[in-house]
Design a protein. Structure first.
Length: 503
């Protein structure tokens, strides 16, 4: 906990100490003794939340209050008292025990947002605190917006110090966006998340630059389900940072497109990326669409135009075309596409428009046939591939993607081509690319495609040239980091198997 405090202080001078996460009363006493002797220059909030209030402290109310009083003496200027304890403790007792500390009375709803927020806030106020806080699980952006609007209205009407915290992964972007309003704060764990949907302090500071957000900050994001794995926030935020654009790009976990579309106006979203599974379903919410995106039948980029009108593009094919064009002439080239899903569609239409002769091979022949027909191309059975020669082979299936890194859609003897392009970017070097490189064939990784589709999005939204080098570097760094973690996990799993075998 002391290490976390020191790390936290490097990023913020406003920290909460979750004393209830320490093991027992003895540990709390030891920690507070050290705090009293060091007295860091910061505004500290002491919390020792009991199990009844959603915390981890199992002691009595009396012990809890004694720990909080010790914390105030040790240098904390605030303490957070959950409504369960606050309403059971007479105000006079709190005044005598904790005369110096400023009290934040809080209420937590881990299951769902309560129907009557007014009543909850009134109950919190009845304990005569210096500030109140309501944290509630929000399963939609509509619920988050309701909570935030309530917080603003209550602060305006009744008192200045009202804090509301939407919890849950769907609500994650709104947690950050409340920071656009001056005076608000938000919880960010240094190491261990204490509630779902929290953003780590490191990401708050370095990825989303939470301390720089203000009312003029433009909002962009990526919608998908799941979304936690997306590297787009790293790439797009690096672009904004490099060009000093006052904008932030956030991950939106979207189960329900209607809920997201309704939140575009209230959250002031200017544009967004679209990923699986919404690339096709977003079309019916758009007011207009680029003709090629319409032909592909999928949109990965949306810009919000004046009057809130949504206009869609597809930049997935841009990356492939840019990478291939710089390596070979596209008109009349023979290009084989493996797979007939979303990425294959974007690539096939893009290549056909550039004059390539497209061949499609997929495990379901009817899907390959439909795509070939729509793009004026041909189909080819997987088993005949080894007798054919292509200028380029492009993998648009997920075969070889993490965690199945030992798989390849084709064997080495089937790689009769000048160039192999894998759309997969995690890992950067797939088994397919390794096989091709071993045979002296030129290879291109999905990172090129990912960066190109992302920089094209950035340019659509901002109207400026994208800082490609900075954006690519952010992606490479994030991938290196994730590959490191994956290696460590594999290593740990192997060691686990070995030790189990010994037993
Ligand atoms: P998708 O719409 O689900 O299509 C996947 C295609 O792969 C389908 O044709 C599917 O066949 C086929 N497939 C799946 N598993 C297979 C297997 N074991 N053997 C043979 N074929 C298989 O997915 P998508 O959006 O097109 O994505 C495909 C790949 O492109 C993913 O690896 C993704 O990471 C990559 N991608 C990369 C970028 C980038 O920027 N680098 C952008 C978009 C996509 P069925 O129809 O029979 O299931």
């Amino acid at each position: 906990m002391w290490r976390q405090l020191e790390r936290g202080l490097c990023a913020s001078r406003f920290l909460e100490l979750r004393l209830d996460w320490l093991a027992d009363d003895r540990e709390i006493a030891v920690f507070l003794k050290k705090l009293a002797s060091k007295r860091p220059k910061a505004t500290l909030i002491a919390t020792c939340r009991r199990v009844e209030g959603g915390g981890k402290y199992r002691g009595t109310v009396a012990k809890q209050l004694i720990h909080l009083a010790d914390a105030i003496r040790a240098g904390c200027s605030w303490y957070d008292l959950e409504i369960e304890t606050a309403s059971a403790s007479p105000a006079e007792l709190l005044r005598v025990l904790l005369p110096e500390g400023r009290r934040l009375t809080s209420a937590h709803f881990f299951e769902r947002i309560p129907a009557n927020l007014e009543r909850i806030a009134a109950n919190l106020e009845r304990t005569r605190p210096a500030a109140i806080k309501i944290a509630a699980q929000c399963d939609s952006l509509a619920e988050s917006l309701k909570l935030l609007a309530f917080g603003e209205a209550w602060a305006r009407k009744r008192r200045q110090d009202t804090v509301v915290m939407p919890m849950g992964e769907v609500a994650l972007p709104t947690r950050l966006l409340t920071l656009r309003e001056s005076g608000n704060f938000m919880y960010a764990p240094v190491e261990n998340a204490t509630a779902p949907g929290q953003i780590s302090l490191d990401a708050m500071k370095n990825l989303y630059r939470a301390d720089k957000l203000n009312r003029k900050t433009q909002v962009y994001g990526v919608i998908g389900d799941p979304i936690g794995h997306s590297l787009s926030p790293q790439m797009q935020n690096a672009g904004f940072q490099a060009r000093r654009v006052n904008a932030v790009y956030l991950p939106f976990l979207v189960h329900d497109l209607r809920d997201f579309v309704d939140a575009i106006g209230p959250l002031g979203i200017r544009g967004f990326s679209v990923t699986i599974p919404h690339k096709e379903s977003i079309l019916k919410y758009l007011d207009g669409c680029d003709p090629l995106a319409e032909a592909i039948g999928a949109v990965n980029t949306v810009i919000v135009r004046s009057g809130g009108k949504l206009y869609g593009y597809n930049t997935d094919y841009v990356g492939i075309l840019r990478s291939l064009e710089s390596r070979m002439p596209l008109p009349n080239s023979r290009v084989l596409i493996l797979g007939a899903g979303g990425a294959a569609h974007a690539v096939a239409f893009g290549l056909a428009q550039a004059g390539s002769c497209v061949y499609v091979s997929s495990r379901r022949p009817e899907k390959a046939k439909a795509l070939a027909k729509a793009t004026g191309g041909h189909t080819i059975a997987w088993k005949h591939l080894r007798h054919e020669f292509f200028d380029a082979i492009l993998n648009a299936t997920p075969v070889g993607m993490y965690p199945n890194v030992d798989q390849s859609p084709l064997e080495a003897r089937e790689l009769n081509c000048r160039l192999v392009f894998d759309t997969i970017y995690n890992p950067r070097q797939t088994k397919l690319l390794k096989l091709a490189a071993r045979r002296g064939i030129e290879t291109v990784s999905g990172v090129d495609m990912f960066v190109a589709q992302g920089t094209a999005q950035w340019e659509i939204w901002t109207g400026q040239r994208a800082p490609v080098v900075a954006m690519r570097k952010a992606v490479e760094n994030a991938l290196k980091e994730s590959e490191k973690k994956q290696r460590a996990t594999r290593h740990q799993a192997k060691r686990g198997t070995k030790s189990r075998t010994k037993i």
